[in-house]
Design a protein around this ligand. Structure first.
Ligand code: GLV
Length: 297
């Protein structure tokens, strides 16, 4: 086993090493499907992922075999909300495009329209997903004085929403009325590629689209088209399909897109806490105790 490497474990190696193990410490880069789980053997008690998302784990197979699943919510909420704000500002105020001009010789003398973006003040921001991360993003948006914050989620949460001055919007309302859309929900069968061609068509032309959740929530071809045709103003993506995004991907040819390499929780303290929680989840499961954070199967 490459014990000191931080690289994703190659699948063949995972399949070779898993038989006989009682617990698995994994990341979102490893697909933990029924092949891996059954290959482990009946002593496998726990799968603990160092991530808040767990769509890479076959939960049905875990449930059937009585395997407990641990994950790392809460500890990464602030880091992810912070990165979302950074990406939003970088995208709406065109920071990377402007910075490229400085280094490429494209920096023009000050002029009224040069590198004009769109401020948050007075804007309508739609959050798609209103869990821990969505709520923290909303509270970080408030000092920027948006006109309105809406949230779109499976359940209405009036009490929590009131604290961050957010109101509920349907998916249709959110896509057609927002100046900024922020995707911060889990990837599930019902959110998979929900942002498709028809959703992008309904968006305002000045819409800034931000995704710090999962690439799979977006039909990336449709997003590319919307950006290229200027149906929307810009996109900021911390997540893509696939990851890493190949260097020749058409999205990388556009000026109105900012792409980051999935660094939402990449803050040192946060990553240390995520490692601790993952290890504690495993220890608790092995002892038959309550895990710090367990997926309800
Ligand atoms: C990161 O994307 C995570 O799920 O923790």
């Amino acid at each position: 086993m490459r014990s000191l490497s931080q690289e994703p474990v190659p699948r063949e190696e995972l399949l070779k090493q898993i038989p006989g193990k009682s617990a698995l410490f994994c990341a979102l880069t490893e697909k933990i499907d029924s092949e891996v789980i059954t290959r482990a053997g009946p002593q496998l008690k726990c799968i603990a992922t160092i991530s808040v998302g767990y769509e890479h784990i076959d939960l049905e197979a875990c449930k059937k075999l009585g395997i407990r699943v641990g994950y790392t919510p809460d500890v990464l909420t602030d880091a992810t909300a912070e990165l979302t704000m950074a990406l939003l500002l970088a995208t709406s105020r065109r920071l990377f495009e402007a910075n490229r001009d400085v280094y490429s010789g494209g920096w023009k003398p000050w002029s009224p329209n040069y590198m004009c973006g769109q401020g948050l003040k007075g804007s309508q921001v739609g959050l798609f997903g209103f869990g821990r991360i969505g709520q923290e993003i909303a509270s970080r948006l408030l000092p920027f004085k948006p006109k309105k914050i809406t949230y779109t989620a499976r359940n209405k949460q009036p009490e929590v929403a009131k604290k961050v001055r957010a109101s509920y919007a349907t998916f249709e309302e959110m896509v057609s009325e927002s100046d900024v859309i922020i995707v911060c929900c889990a990837l599930t069968p019902s959110t998979k590629e929900i942002f498709d061609k028809s959703a992008f068509k309904k968006m305002k032309r000045n819409c800034v689209f931000i995704n710090t959740a999962r690439g799979g929530i977006v039909d990336q071809k449709a997003l590319h088209e919307a950006l290229k045709e200027k149906q929307i103003m810009a996109a900021g993506l911390d997540v893509t399909t696939p990851e890493p995004l190949p260097i020749n991907d058409p999205l990388l040819k556009l000026n109105n897109v900012v792409i980051l390499p999935h660094i939402g929780s990449a803050d040192i303290d946060t990553r240390i806490q995520m490692s601790h929680v993952t290890a504690l989840n495993i220890l608790a499961a092995l002892k038959g105790e309550k895990m710090v954070a367990e997926v309800q199967l």
